[in-house]
Design a protein around this ligand. Sequence first.
Ligand code: HEC
Ligand code: HEC
Length: 241
Amino acid sequence: MTLLLLAMPVIAVIDVPLRSGAQAAPQPQIGEEKRPSVQDVPSAVMKKSRRLFLRDCAPCHGKNGDGNSPVRRTLHPTPLDLTGFDLMDSFILHVLHEGVPGSDMPAWHSSPEDDLRAVSAYTVRLGRPDELADDERYAPSGALQEAGRRIYTAHCARCHGNSGNGDGKDATRYPPIPPSFRGMRPSYAMARRVIESGVPGTAMPSWPLLTPQEIQAVTYYIRSLYAGASGATGATRGTVR
Ligand code: HEC
Ligand code: HEC
């Protein structure tokens, strides 16, 4: 695992704010996320990571991480399809250290830190994100970004927070609180699903009145908040003051 971390260019030490405000958990270093794939990793490291994922995570998240597990329907909320997201290493580690309060995602206090790093390296590589092809765009980037920002400010910021950290004024009303878009970037397909249908059992509503154009614009905008590509800022699920 150490090998794996060293192999990726470490460009920033992420300061992971904890919900409690206390400084306790180790500060994970993160590498720049360059769409790592399972193939890039030495197979010995991956073997361990995969074994841990299958043992500890697959029972709820499914063996491919897509949420298809036998207990799926009994979980609160139903786990999202992790293959539809770019995830930052530091975000996953934070989720593993803290769990997701108000949901069935447990904290992994008794797992050795090495194991958590290994399993998060595997989880990072589950993502199969899509791109927006030029002929699918409803508008040039600048216009999409601006339209998306307006929709976001009007409808989403009260929960997801002005910067997408999950710290809007209504974020804590119905736990679980929203994850940070800085640490978890949805694919266009995933975002459309979540925005059209909401996330049952959580505060995330469905948005039947948003048009496909508006959904694309707001997705374009929230994807721009992801910190993984430039890696310059901290990212956790809900940086609550
Ligand atoms: C007991 C069932 C259970 C187990 C075991 C479990 N998870 Fe989860 N996990 C969940 C649920 C339920 C959520 C959804 C939380 C939410 O959306 O509010 C979740 C959410 C997550 C998230 C955040 C994504 C999101 O939807 O907000 C990550 C990352 C994650 N799990 C990784 C893991 C990893 C890695 C493991 C193995 C070490 C693991 N989980 C084990 C139930 C589980
Ligand atoms: C009332 C609060 C609330 C509002 C308003 C809200 N959300 Fe959410 N959203 C949530 C919560 C809570 C979750 C986490 C659900 C879970 O635990 O799985 C979430 C999850 C999501 C996700 C999936 C997780 C991720 O990181 O990608 C997306 C995408 C999303 N919201 C987009 C939006 C957009 C776009 C808007 C505005 C049109 C919006 N949300 C408005 C509460 C809200």
